[in-house]
Design a protein around this ligand. Structure first.
Ligand SMILES: [Zn+2]
Ligand SMILES: [Zn+2]
Length: 443
């Protein structure tokens, strides 16, 4: 591996002799790992193989799709299913002779009617707007690719597609539906409707389409050049959005990647400060999120409230251990775990800890993956508010903690996104470089 590095270095130095001082772009079989910043060679792969970073083991390419037509068909089906699951009922609740059906849109509407604008906005963005954008973006990329037609703004669409993905949360909502129906099972009859099955299929199709979508292939199709310099031999920075290598002078002049248009930084500016501030804000909000009531139930004039924790206790008392575990993990354990991990990562970067980098890189990946699943409780409350409206007989209302809790989830997600994982490797790489140069001078 070090041979490769030396060879790359030699190539870079070779080019530094003389040449024109204008923008120069070309294709190179090199790739910079987004997770650790390591430059490496890329080789052509068999369709079933995937490429991993030799330094940190992060995935560098998705496997090439053999079922390209199938993915297009899946995406069209997803669009139809999305419309069905938004406008057709997903759940029906029956209490005595009364029954109430809801669509996803009703959940959003119920919150709007209660002037709960923050929560309504969160539902709108995560369950309606971003999933629709995701499907539209897939179609805007896949269809033209199939007919080999480049359309306006495809680079921007692909860039945004990658950014909104963690905020499109239909699969989390699906889990919330399961939780809500089991929670309600003892007091009323709850039926899954047509829309729920459509939603289930939609989530499956989006997951499949995402697995089959090869982003690197798209970037190469949009612009096969991945190496941009203005001065020959100048050092290059990696674009974390499209993996292109961009000369430092270009970055200093216009600060955007010539291929995808996203900002390029050696390391995200003020990443530590931003992540630390957001982590602190989330930690503070975690207190009201757990102390304040999250839901109020009123049955025939009897009013009772639940906090997140008392809700879990009630579930255990009712013998619903599985659901109690889901809510405990998603709402109490995961947010705490994320805050602890973020503090640990920040401290390790701040004090330049060199050992255990691989393990911390893995922890960072984990926080990115698990963060969104904490939204389960927010969606469960939304389902309850929209579904359980039987006037005097039985109603459920959302309380203050849900906003605090939603804010904790959103802020920890942004905190994880503003953390630059390449920082984790810097102290170690610097040390290795020092050791290398020390050895050569000793020789
Ligand atoms: Zn790597
Ligand atoms: Zn780029």
């Amino acid at each position: 591996m070090s041979e490769h590095k030396e060879h790359l270095q030699a190539l870079l130095e070779d080019m530094g002799r003389s040449g024109p001082e204008s923008l120069h772009s070309e294709h190179k079989d090199w790739l910079v790992c987004n997770s650790c910043g390591q430059v490496q060679y890329v080789v052509a792969l068999e369709p079933e193989h995937e490429m991993l970073c030799f330094n940190c083991g992060a995935q560098l390419s998705e496997s090439k799709s053999r079922w390209f037509e199938a993915v297009i068909a899946l995406t069209f089906a997803a669009l139809a299913l999305f419309l069905i699951s938004v406008f057709f009922p997903i759940l029906t609740l029956e209490i005595g002779a009364q029954s109430q059906s809801i669509t996803i849109f009703d959940g959003f509407w119920a919150l709007l009617e209660r002037n709960n604008f923050i929560l309504a906005a969160l539902i709108f963005v995560t369950l309606l707007l971003f999933p629709l954008c995701e499907i539209a973006a897939l179609l805007y990329l896949l269809l033209p690719y199939y007919f080999n037609r480049r359309l306006w703004g495809q680079a921007t669409v692909l860039r945004w597609f990658n950014q909104i993905q963690s905020w499109s949360m239909l699969e989390v909502f699906l889990l919330s539906m399961v939780v809500a129906s089991i929670k309600m099972a003892d007091m009323a009859h709850l039926e899954l409707e047509f829309g729920a099955y459509a939603l289930f299929l939609l989530v499956a199709m989006l997951i499949l389409a995402n697995i089959k979508l090869n982003r690197m292939m798209f970037w190469a199709w949009i612009n096969s050049n991945n190496y941009f310099t203005a001065k020959v031999g100048e050092p290059v920075l990696d674009c974390t959005s499209c993996n292109a290598m961009v000369g430092k002078s270009i970055v200093e002049e216009q600060n955007v990647c010539p291929r995808c248009g996203s900002e390029v930084h050696e390391r995200l500016p003020r990443s530590l400060e931003k992540t630390a501030a957001l982590t602190l804000a989330a930690a503070i909000l975690y207190i009201p999120a757990n102390m304040l009531p999250i839901m109020t139930y009123s049955t025939l004039g009897d009013v009772s409230t639940d906090t997140i924790f008392s809700g879990v206790v009630a579930l255990i008392a009712n013998g619903l251990y599985g659901i109690a575990a889901v809510i405990f993990i998603a709402s109490i354990a995961v947010p705490i775990l994320k805050l602890v991990i973020l503090c640990y990562l920040l401290a390790a970067v701040k004090w330049k800890v060199r050992i255990g980098v691989r393990h911390r890189a893995w922890l960072y990946k984990l926080t990115e993956i698990i963060g969104r699943w904490s939204m389960v409780d927010v969606f469960v409350v939304t389902i309850f508010v929209a579904l359980v409206q039987f006037g005097f007989v039985y109603t459920v209302e959302a309380e203050g903690a849900i906003i605090a809790f939603g804010a904790v989830v959103v802020i920890t997600m942004i905190a994880a996104e503003s953390f630059d994982p390449r920082l984790l490797w810097d102290a170690r790489n610097q040390h290795l470089r020092k050791k290398d140069s020390g050895e050569t001078t000793n020789r």
